[in-house]
Design a protein around this ligand. Structure first.
Ligand code: FE2
Length: 283
């Protein structure tokens, strides 16, 4: 608790068991196996294609959707490598739709961790399985999670679980100690709170991003480790330049007592309400 409040993050080794990791990994592999790749998504070349890609992204709030790595396609529009090596991540409702992720997320252990750091009314908002593929799994530029999951007051906390060991060669997390006391730089918004397919960033603050290795510390961790990240903490991960993948499962939670504005990209339909991390314990 002290470390989390001082640094804005905390690493807990041995949080997930080998069985937890194996079950989530097997589920992710099966989802990718079942995934039928679309024609080369002509994403970003025409307005209609961009709108369709945005729609798919927004719809993933309440779905299990595979997203390609940037650079997954060669210039002829074919996948440059096998499908299982072409997926960047799966998102964003694994925790409510896939049993392996649901069981892990709502077991009570994450709820206890959330409670310990002061998030006593944690709602599970969003989940991702991130592959960080060997040799080219992409960089995730420095950001604050509150940009993408905004509440008033700020409450989002990221729970990042290493399904495989992560180090500086395969794209581990880096974070800025104490950076959670810096301002929120920007907010990612829907173009209109109605049902528009567009999104944009609204700049709030010009504080420069911290840069590795001077301002950020690497967080190499063994498989099964949990990294808890404050929503205002700048964090980053590099390209995976190693021959090893770096799988991770992350869940983002918010406090049920905060306001969740309609401009947030992630909106769940009424028939799929957010659930408390501890809802199974109460039942
Ligand atoms: Fe993040």
């Amino acid at each position: 608790m002290d470390q989390y409040h001082r640094d804005g993050f905390v690493v807990v080794e041995g949080f997930a068991t080998d069985d937890d990791c194996a079950a989530m990994r097997a589920a992710a592999d099966r989802i990718v196996d079942d995934f039928v790749p679309a024609e080369r998504p002509t994403v970003f070349t025409t307005g209609a294609a961009r709108q369709a890609a945005n729609r798919e992204f927004l719809d993933s709030a309440s779905a299990v959707t595979c997203f390609y790595e940037e650079g997954a396609f060669s210039s002829d529009g074919q996948l440059a490598q096998e499908k299982s090596r072409s997926i960047n991540k799966i998102g964003h409702a694994l925790h409510d739709l896939e049993p392996a992720f649901r069981d892990f997320t709502y077991s009570g252990d994450l709820a206890a961790m959330a409670n310990d750091i002061g998030l006593s009314n944690a709602l599970a908002l969003q989940s991702m399985y991130i592959f960080k593929q060997p040799h080219f799994g992409g960089e995730v530029t420095c950001h604050q999670d509150a940009t993408f999951l905004y509440t008033e007051p700020m409450s989002v906390v990221g729970f990042w679980v290493a399904i495989e060991a992560a180090d500086t060669t395969n794209g581990c997390l880096w974070a800025q100690p104490g950076g959670h006391r810096s301002a929120l730089r920007s907010v990612f918004k829907r173009s209109s709170p109605s049902n528009d397919d567009g999104t944009y960033f609204e700049q709030l603050d010009d504080t420069p991003w911290p840069v590795a290795p001077d301002d950020l510390v690497a967080l190499p961790v063994p498989a099964g480790s949990l990294v808890v990240l404050h929503g205002l903490l700048p964090h980053w991960s590099d390209v995976n330049r190693s021959p090893r993948s770096r799988h991770a499962y992350s869940v983002h939670c918010i406090d049920a007592t905060t306001e969740y504005p309609a401009f947030n990209w992630l909106q769940r339909p009424a028939e799929m309400p957010l659930r408390r991390l501890d809802h199974l314990l109460a039942a």
